[in-house]
Ligand binder design. Structure first.
Ligand code: HEC
Ligand code: HEC
Ligand code: HEC
Length: 447
């Protein structure tokens, strides 16, 4: 028999050994292949222009340009589960930016998540997606950032991440366990028969990093899938700054099953199509900084790829158009308090038939955002309203007012339960507790 003291000494020894192995693994330098220099011509103007376009497709500015800051000079706060992370200055300034990076150092940051001093970057920088980018695209991006971007000298204060989460080597453990391996092959187009779909898949999975928001995350915050080999890819559910990144798969109620390719293209170009509108800043900024500028062929390719994704299996919502609600509302028969609240507050714009008005007020019947299993965005929209980003050419930049000042938590719950279960919509009901939760999280702090 071993004594308790002996047993705890052994447990301690094992813990020390495991810790030492984990630490050694975290500190062990990561090897990655060096981009073939033969195809790379520094300063080539066609390459700079291709790099500029890719930086738009990849939304680098969405994170690396601060609200009133110079292009790519960093300092933008990015909320993350462990604290606020500030993006870095990626202008070619030699002192405070990335001007001294060679192509390989740039590649290691963008595709492998390894910073200039060898430390691992927080995955707020979406390198797990960028790891799919092709060598030649990374070289074009590098050319653009070195020669097409104005250098800005600016240094920021550190992140607000508290110790011990601020220590970088545990982030290296995360990277080695959950991010694609540093020697993982980039995107393979040969698994697609249709070159248009292949181009769309590349843009969505690589530069577009759509999955960073639209794919559900696992217990350690890793994306559960990085491509269509899993039905969880782009299956939605993450809440980004208070807005639910909806399911982009073929589900007909809460996904894009009932969207045409043209609907998807219009949404990526103008933040709205004839029947739906983007709500909230998260997707609004993707359109504002990135997708509105993509070439038509590329938006068509993205839409073609998204339309190949079969529905995700879990389906708590459904839609089958049913005229009963509209008839009852038109006849002044209000089934319950929710119906009454809809008539009083919403029907002036969205109409009693829930069909809204083409290009102006979105449809409520069969709307994928209304049918999302997680009602967080809807609650927030009704409490605080939303405004569409101003996009040239968009038929309407009208916003929706917030109703939080006049509707109680119970009323918002009744109203949303009503719109989620009328005109043929079927989605889980909303409780006053859920409304209270979103109200507390979305209201400006009181003095
Ligand atoms: C979703 C937000 C986001 C996007 C999009 C993004 N970045 Fe970043 N990036 C960050 C954050 C945050 C950091 C700092 C991470 C850290 O401190 O660990 C960072 C760090 C970097 C670094 C490391 C700089 C250094 O000094 O080590 C480089 C280089 C970089 N990004 C380039 C890019 C490029 C090029 C793009 C577009 C292809 C891009 N980023 C897109 C958020 C983003
Ligand atoms: C920063 C996070 C983020 C990224 C990156 C992102 N999205 Fe979104 N997206 C969202 C959120 C949040 C919504 C929900 C908006 C809503 O309900 O209207 C959304 C909604 C959408 C919608 C549906 C709009 C609607 O009204 O229901 C489409 C289509 C879409 N995204 C496509 C894409 C594509 C394609 C990409 C990659 C090029 C992408 N998104 C990248 C956060 C993101
Ligand atoms: C003054 C007209 C107006 C009123 C009143 C109004 N809305 Fe809206 N609603 C809009 C506009 C405009 C948008 C698009 C806003 C955006 O995308 O930022 C919108 C968007 C929506 C969406 C999102 C649609 C989508 O495609 O994602 C829902 C759901 C919604 N409203 C529900 C309601 C409910 C419930 C009420 C009553 C409490 C209401 N609205 C009252 C004008 C209105």
């Amino acid at each position: 028999m071993t004594s308790p003291a002996r047993r705890s000494a052994m447990a301690l020894a094992i813990a020390v050994i495991v810790f030492a192995v984990v630490l050694a693994n975290a500190l062990w330098p990561t090897q990655s292949h060096i981009i073939g220099a033969n195809s790379f011509v520094r300063g080539d103007s066609a390459s700079i222009e291709r790099g500029r376009y890719l930086s738009v497709a990849a939304g680098c500015a969405a994170c690396h340009t601060a609200a009133a800051g110079k292009d790519f000079a960093g300092g933008r706060p990015i909320a993350s589960p462990i604290g606020t992370i500030y993006s870095t200055n990626i202008t070619p300034d030699r002192g405070t930016g990335i001007g001294s990076f060679n192509l390989d150092q740039f590649d290691r940051a963008v595709r492998r998540g390894i910073g200039s001093r060898g430390g691992t970057l927080y995955p707020a920088m979406p390198y797990p997606s960028y790891s799919r980018m092709r060598d030649e695209d990374v070289a074009d991006l590098y050319n653009y950032f070195m020669a097409g971007v104005e250098p800005v000298s600016i240094q920021y204060s550190a992140n607000s991440i508290p110790w011990p989460l601020s220590v970088r080597w545990p982030v290296a453990i995360w990277r080695k366990l959950f991010a694609p391996a540093a020697d993982a092959p980039p995107f393979d187009a040969s698994r697609f028969n249709d070159p248009v779909v292949a181009r769309g898949a590349y843009l969505v999975q690589g530069p577009g990093h759509c999955g960073a928001c639209h794919t559900p995350r696992g217990f350690s915050l890793q994306e559960k899938a990085l491509d269509e080999s899993s039905e969880l890819y782009l299956a939605g559910g993450q809440v980004i700054d208070g807005w639910v990144a909806v399911n982009l798969r073929g589900n007909s109620a809460d996904g894009l099953g009932n969207w045409s390719k043209d609907d998807i293209v219009a949404t990526l170009r103008m933040a709205r199509d004839t029947r739906h509108a983007v709500i909230g800043a998260a997707m609004g900024e993707v359109v504002l900084h990135s997708t509105q500028y993509l070439m038509d062929g590329d938006l068509q390719a993205i839409a073609s790829y998204l339309k190949t994704l079969p529905p995700a299996r879990s389906d708590s919502s459904a839609f089958a158009a049913n005229p009963a609600t509209a008839a009852a509302l038109a006849a002044g028969r209000e089934a319950d308090r929710g119906a009454q609240l809809y008539l009083d507050n919403c029907s002036a714009c969205h109409r009693s038939g829930g069909a809204g008005s083409a290009n102006v007020f979105p449809e409520i019947a069969g709307n994928s955002s209304v049918l999302s299993p997680d009602p967080t965005s809807l609650i927030r929209l009704v409490l605080r309203g939303s405004s569409l980003p101003r996009i040239p050419g968009s038929p309407s930049a009208l916003g929706m007012p917030g109703f939080g000042w006049r509707l109680s938590n119970a009323e918002v719950a009744q109203l949303l339960t009503f719109i989620r279960n009328s005109w043929g919509n079927r989605a889980p009901s909303v409780s006053p507790r859920e409304v209270a939760h979103v109200r507390a999280a979305s209201e400006p702090a009181r003095k």
